[in-house]
Design a protein around this ligand. Sequence first.
Ligand code: NAG
Ligand code: NAG
Ligand code: NAG
Length: 176
Amino acid sequence: MWSSTLPLLALLGSTLALPQPKISSIRRPGWRPNRRQLPTDSVDTSSSSPTTTAPKTNIWQFLTNDEAADVISFLHSKEDLNLTAVDDAGDWDNTIMVVDLLPPNKTDALNFLDGEGDKPERWALASLLFGATEEPYAQDWVVGPIPITNDSMYYPYTFGTHAPEAKIRVYDMDGH
Ligand SMILES: *[C@@H]1O[C@H](CO)[C@@H](O)[C@H](O)[C@H]1NC(C)=O
Ligand SMILES: *[C@@H]1O[C@H](CO)[C@@H](O)[C@H](O)[C@H]1NC(C)=O
Ligand SMILES: *[C@@H]1O[C@H](CO)[C@@H](O)[C@H](O)[C@H]1NC(C)=O
């Protein structure tokens, strides 16, 4: 059973008809990997905005363009994911649909905000579409810590769901 807590489901929204998951058209022409919830680049307050000093860093700050690019190039370097850049991809390739911040775990966040805990690491959640297979599916992957180093990892996102692999079958990749 696919859990309704999978973030991808929020993205796909009403195009899914449970209990038989069906995604009619989850990519549109020109759709690039992007950060969710971020309509413009106006959140870059580093240069022009008046500054205030927050007592703690905002640990829920969306991924910056550099962070998102770092994650995308890291995933593209992984041969097992067999990713194709979105610009070059057809329906039957593996692509990155969305890269988003994976919010820090609550205990880590509270230790930092209320206590003396270290600032939580930055992690990303990447929604991948695996089209280069007989049975196409979408799957969220955890990537981090960011910035990417040799210690950074990538693995399927499962802890928000009850599904062992959290894959969502995509039945009609070429149906649009
Ligand atoms: C990698 O993806 C391409 C299509 O983008 C596909 O033709 C190829 O078979 C895939 N390779 C593997 C090992 O899955
Ligand atoms: C958050 O908690 C989950 C479940 O305990 C764990 O698997 C995951 O690695 C944690 N994420 C981070 C970024 O620490
Ligand atoms: C990461 O690994 C590469 C190749 O294994 C190495 O050349 C590079 O120095 C390493 N970078 C860091 C920061 O350890």
